[in-house]
Design a protein around this ligand. Structure first.
Ligand code: ATP
Ligand code: MG
Length: 577
């Protein structure tokens, strides 16, 4: 393809709303253009990369006997009501009415649609197993779309759904998809980790995320220094590397003392001269999930943890088997429940459930708020001064914590979630009457799994992980083109015909060639070549041609090889091996 024949306009400067390198580079290289927040047009170069990634996915999934279909993007309300997700999905599901006043939504995920697709035919044990996938545009009305294709509202996802007769079959399907995902992401040659994750409101129990490592990633990951253990911080067990032992030996009598204006843990640590990791903070939440609008009761509960620790709302949600993360109480509600404003609250005298983080095990004679503004209590002890409802792991794990399965420690990374595999069990089959007759003629619910890959997100994440100050460094497998020829003397017929011959020779080997035939200065063309970042650049100018010194440049290493015209094709081929 020739530059003059395509629609490609590069930018010197990134737009001000592009915060991370990959977003800046994608816009500058003309790969994407914003139409509205979270909604983008994919330019030809962007689309070529996306299509290549889609084809890698297709090839690997077909090896695992998955079959491709394409489901609608517009879904009727009735379908989503069958699983109650019309309500549960919240505002992320974009809902609208048609001219007949009927309710619809845009597909944010397709569990309901795929069960509806199969449930009339998948009737006998002979029909199993099945694994069905599509590559399709999803719409999620994200609150804060950002970072270009990383968190879009409209984006492309590969979603697959497995159907099996029993749990053993479903777990086998899960393992096969896990392996297919490894093959897919290995082909990109990128640095990724497979981590334990939270199942969110998709439901199900076993789940792993595929995370590309990058500083700009939105997810915090913890990876063992010793074993394969890796987890999203959302679900990572928090275990101190050195177990806490209190210096106190006997329980003392409780004492109230004045702490005027000491509102934060940092204030209190300075004021009392007790380090934050030995102070105890009390946080308040509501267990009312608001599914029943008539139920406006507060259902307050408290969570206590060390002053230096951060609470993990997903662990609370999972521990209390809630559908969503709990809501923190407002200051007014805290006052109503405890009698004091946040900053002076504590467990003594509270009449609500109290969950203590495991980090407080062994704490003796500690300081807590007195439930009276400007006062705290010292020498407080569990059992003696208040009764906890339960101890549980409710805090965020952090860098340096103990590895849960060895004597190693955990190291933290940032990750971009590019893929997610879930074992769903019978949740959707039960909600949507997905039944079949087993070998004994007995009616059974089938078992499902669902498996997503963020297609557009992965393409951008690849750039986030592979670029330098000059531009993109494409992994060969998804590079829009393999070779970028900078034709410097565009009116020179001999050079033009050389470039045509070279192109034909390379294309015969399935090497894709892009020719910059614009009437521009060499330096300008080289800058654009670096920005676009195809793996190999060839510079064809009169001087180099005559001196048998044509430059072949490796985009990644910037290494330059100077060759005679008839040696160029072989070198390019070698670099692309
Ligand atoms: P996130 O936690 O990032 O919001 P998710 O866990 O809700 O994502 P899944 O339902 O697991 O997403 O969707 C499967 C895949 O789709 C994700 O692993 C991710 O790669 C991609 N994806 C999800 N939301 C978006 C989005 N807003 N923009 C681009 N890709 C997305
Ligand atoms: Mg996910």
């Amino acid at each position: 393809m020739k530059w003059s024949q395509t629609h490609l306009f590069t930018l010197k400067e990134a737009p001000s709303d592009a915060e991370i390198p990959s977003h800046k580079l994608m816009v500058r290289a003309g790969l994407i253009k914003k139409l509205a927040p979270g909604i983008h047009t994919y330019g030809n170069m962007g689309l070529r990369a996306i299509r290549k990634f889609e084809n890698i996915i297709r090839e690997e999934l077909e090896k695992s006997n998955c079959i491709e279909i394409l489901m609608p993007m517009v879904h009727p309300k009735e379908l989503w009501s069958e699983t109650n997700r019309w309500n549960e999905m919240g505002a992320g599901l974009l809902k609208f009415k048609n001219r007949m006043d009927q309710d619809f939504c845009l597909g944010a995920t397709h569990e309901e649609a795929v069960v509806d697709y199969v449930r009339h035919e998948l009737k006998s044990w002979r029909d199993f197993p099945k694994n069905i996938y599509q590559i399709q545009t999803k719409y999620r009305d994200e609150i804060r779309p950002r970072f270009g294709l990383m968190r879009g509202r409209e984006f492309s996802m590969k979603d697959a759904y497995s159907f099996d007769m029993d749990q053993a079959g479903a777990l086998k399907a899960y393992d096969q998809m896990y392996a297919a995902y490894q093959r897919i992401f290995n082909r990109l040659g990128l640095n990724y980790r497979i981590v334990q994750a939270d199942a969110g409101n998709i439901g199900g129990s076993q789940t792993h995320e595929f995370q590309l490592l990058a500083d700009a990633g939105e997810d915090a990951l913890l990876v063992s220094t010793k074993t394969n253990f890796a987890a999203n911080v959302e679900v990572c067990p928090a275990i101190d590397a050195v177990p806490y032992v209190s210096k106190e030996t006997t329980m003392k009598d409780i004492e109230k003392f004045e702490t005027p204006g000491q509102k934060t843990i940092a204030d209190l640590a300075t004021f009392t001269n007790v380090p934050a990791n030995e102070l105890v903070k009390t946080l308040f939440y509501s267990a009312n999930e608001g599914n029943n609008p008539k139920d406006v009761s507060l259902k307050a509960f408290a969570v206590l943890l060390r002053g230096s620790d951060e609470v993990n709302p997903i662990k609370i949600k999972n521990f209390l088997k809630m559908a969503n993360e709990p809501r923190m109480l407002t200051d007014a509600e805290v006052l109503e429940v405890s009698g004091a404003n946040p900053g002076s609250c504590g467990p003594v005298g509270l009449k609500i459930p109290m969950y203590l983080d495991n980090g407080l095990q062994g704490f003796k004679n500690f300081i807590v708020g007195a439930n009276e503004d400007g006062f705290h209590l010292k020498n407080v002890n569990t059992e003696k001064d208040f009764k906890q409802t339960a101890f549980a792991d409710l805090r965020m794990a952090k860098d340096g914590d103990k590895c849960p399965e060895s004597d190693g420690t955990l190291k933290s990374f940032r990750g971009i979630e590019v893929g997610h595999v879930f074992y769903l069990g019978q949740k959707y089959a039960k909600a949507m009457n997905g039944v079949f007759l087993d070998k004994n003629g007995k009616s059974q619910f089938y078992e499902m799994g669902c498996y997503g890959i963020g297609v557009t997100r992965t393409v951008q994440a690849a750039i986030e992980q592979s670029h330098d100050q000059d531009g993109i460094i494409w992994p060969k497998e998804i590079a829009p083109f393999h070779v970028h020829i900078c034709l410097l003397d565009i009116k020179d017929d001999e050079l033009k015909s050389y470039v045509e011959k070279l192109t034909a020779e390379l294309e015969a080997k399935k090497i894709e060639v892009f020719i910059d035939d614009r009437d521009e200065r060499p330096g300008f063309k080289f800058k654009d070549a670096d920005l676009l970042g195809f793996p190999v650049r060839v510079v064809v100018g009169r001087k180099g041609f005559d001196a048998a010194q044509l430059e072949v440049v490796n985009r990644k290493t910037k290494e330059v090889t100077k060759l005679a015209p008839n040696e160029v094709a072989a070198k390019v081929t070698e670099l692309l091996k």
